[in-house]
Write a protein that binds this ligand. Structure first.
Ligand SMILES: Nc1ncnc2c1ncn2[C@@H]1O[C@H](COP(=O)(O)OP(=O)(O)OP(=O)(O)O)[C@@H](O)[C@H]1O
Ligand SMILES: C=C(C)CCOP(=O)(O)O
Length: 254
């Protein structure tokens, strides 16, 4: 198993992996360094092909979003509140970029607040031209969950999971990886489900509550990843190197 040289791989670093989710604006430095090591090693081997990275909010974005009552559906017209969410995410983005640059990964930021919007139905439009051009020129774009202008709502949350799907669809990705704190999607006994091809097969293990989806938990991830044409993998931090080498760790969602 290997990734071809020009394959496009989209990988999400979960906010719960790279931050300490229970302490506001606290990085999990060792976890972020380990992820950056894996990315640098894969690029060094030429194994990862073209790579686009998305990271979640963890204790940065989610802390400010919940303080201001902002979700993916309910927005704010308070620019200060929106800026506190965006500012926390750009701070986290800087940490991610700096750990990648320390390892000579040519990473550059793309801030979704400036390139994406939602219409009144909540559908997302997001320019991908700059991401595509960066990839073509050998850079590694690093996007992140963010606030986004939403017609009729002000600013709502755009999750990293939604961005991963938009990137994968819009840029015709070959493989998608979602690195979370869990080693995969777990069944009712806590074992990793090797492959998911239909939501109904795992609905019981994931819980069907809509609230799980709104907060971007595992049920929402699985639904969105099933809709992609590229195969997706959900795995834990220890398996990031294997995924980037072209292996199929954790749960494969097809
Ligand atoms: N059946 C399941 N299998 C695996 N994880 C599950 C399951 N049901 C619920 N979860 C929860 O989903 C969480 C992963 O989703 P979550 O959105 O919190 O992570 P993330 O993407 O890493 O973080 P962030 O949203 O901050 O980027 C796990 O930590 C786990 O608690
Ligand atoms: C809360 C914000 C701004 C980012 C949400 O991104 P996620 O952690 O991928 O759900």
């Amino acid at each position: 198993m290997h990734s071809a040289e020009h394959d496009l791989v989209v990988v999400k670093l979960g906010g719960s992996v790279i931050t300490e989710k229970d302490r506001p604006e606290t990085l999990d430095g060792p976890a972020l360094s380990a992820a950056a090591d894996a990315i640098a090693a894969a690029r060094g081997d030429g194994a990862a092909g073209r790579l686009a990275i998305v990271h979640g909010g963890g204790s940065f974005g989610h802390h400010h979003a919940s303080r201001h009552g902002v979700t993916t559906e309910h927005g704010t017209h308070d620019a200060g509140a929106a800026l506190s969410i965006h500012g926390a995410m750009t701070t986290l983005n800087r940490f991610v970029l700096s750990r990648l640059h320390d390892r000579d990964v040519p990473a550059l930021p793309v801030h979704p607040l400036s390139v994406a919007a939602r219409d009144a139905d909540g559908s997302l439009s997001c320019s991908l031209e700059q991401v595509d051009a960066m990839l073509a020129e050998g850079f590694v774009p690093v996007l992140h969950g963010d606030g986004v202008a939403h017609r009729g709502e002000g600013i709502t949350v755009l999750s990293g999971d939604e961005l991963v799907c938009r990137l994968a669809d819009g840029l015709d990705a070959d493989r998608v990886g979602v690195c979370s704190t869990v080693p995969g999607v777990l069944d009712g006994d806590g074992a990793v489900i090797p492959e998911i091809t239909a939501f109904e097969d795992v609905a019981d293990a994931l819980g069907e509550s809509e609230s799980t989806d709104v907060s971007g938990g595992m049920a929402g991830k699985v639904r969105e990843l099933l809709a992609l044409s590229a195969p997706a993998h959900v795995f834990g931090p220890d398996d990031l190197p294997a995924f980037l080498r072209g292996e199929s760790p954790g749960t494969r969602i097809d």
